[in-house]
Design a protein. Structure first.
Length: 135
């Protein structure tokens, strides 16, 4: 399975009510291998593999705001529930967890620390699976 997704930007919560100082955009990709068992029209399985996130940081409300782009490799694990409409088409629900060994610090020079990217990302994907060739 090859997965890619478009995401909206994330702005960290400011407990003081101040203007947001930066914005993070995350574009996740994954190359996964998996196993599935079927019970009538239901399919249950798991997938695991490499995750690759493209991270874009945009400074806001800071002096000399800049942009930065990072590629963050990691690992991903999905649980899979599929409800088949036909032999080749199924609706699917995939809870997932991604782990990244490297985190990135967001700071305003010279030394003000603002945030750190998380090591773990949790999510749920809901979509359609269409088998193009095979089985």
């Amino acid at each position: 399975t090859l997965l890619g997704a478009a995401t909206t930007s994330t702005t960290p919560y400011q407990a003081t009510g101040e203007a947001t100082r930066f914005e993070l955009r995350r574009l996740p990709f994954a190359a996964l291998l998996g196993w599935e068992t079927t019970l009538g029209m239901l399919g249950l399985g798991a997938e695991t593999g490499l995750a690759l996130d493209v991270l874009r940081f945009d400074g806001r409300a800071v002096p000399n705001a800049e942009q930065a782009l990072r590629v963050n490799p990691g690992l991903r694990l999905n649980a899979v529930l599929r409800v088949r409409a036909s032999r080749r088409l199924a609706a699917e629900l995939m809870p997932m967890v991604s782990w990244f060994p490297r985190t990135y610090l967001v700071r305003v020079e010279p030394s003000q620390f603002l945030a750190e990217t998380p090591r773990f990302w949790l999510g749920v994907s809901l979509g359609l699976n269409c088998q193009v060739w095979g089985g």
